[in-house]
Design a binder for this molecule. Structure first.
Ligand code: DAH
Length: 356
């Protein structure tokens, strides 16, 4: 093998051994650099006679080109390898499940409350909100439940600072205080326009009071069907000619719509509440499904007591109506077949997400 071939081969070997672009540049210098092998050979040409110079020069040039070609090939190979490594590092595994953003949803009791509002809204009821910290007056006394009334003992609650010893503040035990609050506002708004503006009970004409008041309520109670914080929804319809038959119609229509069951049967069972007379518990009975045939209590109700009508600022000789109070938590349990109320308030996302 001639000497030039040996140089070309050893350049190729050196380039192959270079594993990085920097190594390759060093190897290049050994052959093509200022004092590299090819450069040295070129310098040697000077000493040759003219006719030899030409052929030798051409041969060296061929060798140089071969080395440059080998160099470029190796450069390309290293660049390709580097690109491959980079691509692999950045490779996306499209088979991995996507990173999903957790999506919130409504609490099952909120779903029920929205449903109640929509159904009663379609029957022309307003929706009113009121304070959870109440005065003794609105929670009890105005609702015909004076101090020492035995019905108060069923409403053991949490007393909070503020108010007076005679009229302490408390966490409301039911949404019934909203009957008074809303009616008083309603009367105030409308009596200002009427002729009989002033003191005394209002017996002029005004639009009917037709309202529901959903919200949180509190009692000292805790077991599978009672929670110290629970929800109620009050209903009130007062006008000049609103009777028990309207209550029956409205509440039956509500229950059948809420439970999407046209053959649902209601029973009005005589009961006692200080703020209604007569009073009734409302029981429902499904005609099919897992609860079929059982009577389930869903609300208290009755014709608003004249004393309560009076505390609304209305003349009970002219105004009459009905009220009811139901438990949205209970309705939610019945609708979804949940048997422990506390599950709703534990905040376990595995339970709550099932309702979305
Ligand atoms: N406030 C009652 C309770 O919490 C429920 C109730 C009964 C509300 C009869 C009413 C009603 O409006 O007429 O036990």
């Amino acid at each position: 093998m001639n000497e030039l071939n040996v140089v070309v081969d050893s350049a190729k070997v050196a380039f192959e051994k270079a594993l990085t672009p920097a190594d390759l540049e060093n190897a290049k210098a050994l052959f093509l650099g200022k004092s590299g092998r090819i450069t040295e050979l070129m310098k040697g040409l000077a000493a040759l006679p003219v006719d030899e110079k030409k052929s030798r020069g051409a041969a060296i040039n061929l060798a140089k080109q071969a080395i440059e070609t080998a160099l470029n090939n190796r450069r390309q190979a290293l660049a390709d390898a580097e690109l491959q490594i980079q691509l692999q590092a950045e490779a996306l595994d499209v088979t991995l499940p996507g990173r999903q953003r957790g999506q919130g949803g409504l609490h099952p009791v909120s779903i029920t409350l929205e449903r109640i509002e929509a159904i009663f809204g379609s029957m022309g009821f307003e929706v009113a909100q009121g304070p959870e910290i109440e005065t003794d007056w609105f929670n009890f006394t105005a609702l015909n439940t004076p101090e020492d009334h035995p019905a108060r003992s069923m409403h053991d609650t949490f007393y909070v600072e503020g108010g007076s010893a005679a009229a302490p503040n408390l966490l409301r035990t039911h949404t019934s205080p909203m009957q008074i609050r809303h009616a008083v506002q309603h009367v105030k708004r409308h009596r200002a326009d009427a002729e009989q503006a002033g003191e005394g009970l209002f017996s002029g004409s005004m639009p009917e009071i037709r309202v529901i008041a959903p919200g949180r309520t509190y009692r000292v109670d805790s077991d599978a069907t009672h929670s110290p914080m629970f929800h109620q929804c009050e209903g009130l319809w007062v006008g000049e000619n609103i009777s028990f038959k309207d209550l029956k119609f409205v509440f039956t229509d509500f229950c059948r719509t809420f439970f999407e069951s046209d053959d649902l049967v209601l029973r009005f069972r005589p009961s006692f509440f200080p703020f209604t007379e007569p009073s009734a518990e409302i029981d429902i009975q499904f005609q099919s499904g897992p609860l079929s045939g059982r009577w389930l209590e869903v609300a208290g109700s009755g014709q608003v007591h004249p004393n309560v009508i009076r505390n609304m600022g209305l003349d009970p000789e002219k105004y009459i109506g009905f009220a009811f109070g139901m438990g949205p938590d209970r309705l939610t349990m019945l609708r979804y077949g949940v048997n422990d109320l506390r599950l709703f308030f534990d905040g376990d996302i595995r339970f709550l997400s099932q309702f979305q």
